[in-house]
Ligand binder design. Sequence first.
Ligand SMILES: [Zn+2]
Length: 270
Amino acid sequence: MTTLLTEALILRNVDFGESDRILHLLTPETGRITVIAKGARRSKKRFPGTLDLFNHLDVQIERRRPTSMARLEAARLRATLHEIRTDPRRFALGCYLLELLDRLAPEGGARLDHRRLFDFALGVLRLIDLQAPDLRMRVLLEIRALDALGIGPELSLCVRCGEALADEPAGAIHFHVAEGGPCCRRCIPEDPQLLPVHRGTLRALERSRALAPEQLGRLALGGGALDEARALVTRFLRFHVGLDLRSVAFLDQQWTAPDASRSMAGQDRP
Ligand SMILES: [Zn+2]
């Protein structure tokens, strides 16, 4: 039997059978790991107030045989992200980011990458908890999440010829959604997956990568550039991640509702 003591975030939380719960956890040691919490629903004492989304936990995980599902033996609350759990817009964005990680975070692989991904996830959730995100922050965080997962878009080199993009005239640069980056004027193919984009928009997005998440608010990205960035990220995600993230519809609904209800406490993810 192997025992793992580590930090964890809950990515997904599903009732199982009469009394158990299956959890997808993100840990700095293993990346994504699926565990069963025996008796979690029957006994409130076993995991008191810990097994909810947006809690930062210390956990003890045991695996009896290499092929069996890991068991969550104990969980202790380090911190709870209260604002995310009570503000609908933050809750929706948090759920969306958790679902992205749940769908795309690797199981196994290099430990250094797991630590980096875990730190990213915790840092971003803390940021959303601390300050209400606007549309610009949402777009920048989506790119950061894709970067952290190793599938971020190319933003400064032509995906076809590899040359740095020059200051082409407006309308000359197109983002190739399927190939995941911009095409320079010389390389533009005949393709329905092309999205016209200004060099300045790509440059702003590239600059955002050098900033710590809490510094993203300083980046100037508004008006037409923000519209372009949104279209680029939306199309990129749809192509490379798929349309079927359950949390997207909820996110869009919360982010377009002008005055959504303030209390979401206690709700599970849609
Ligand atoms: Zn090119």
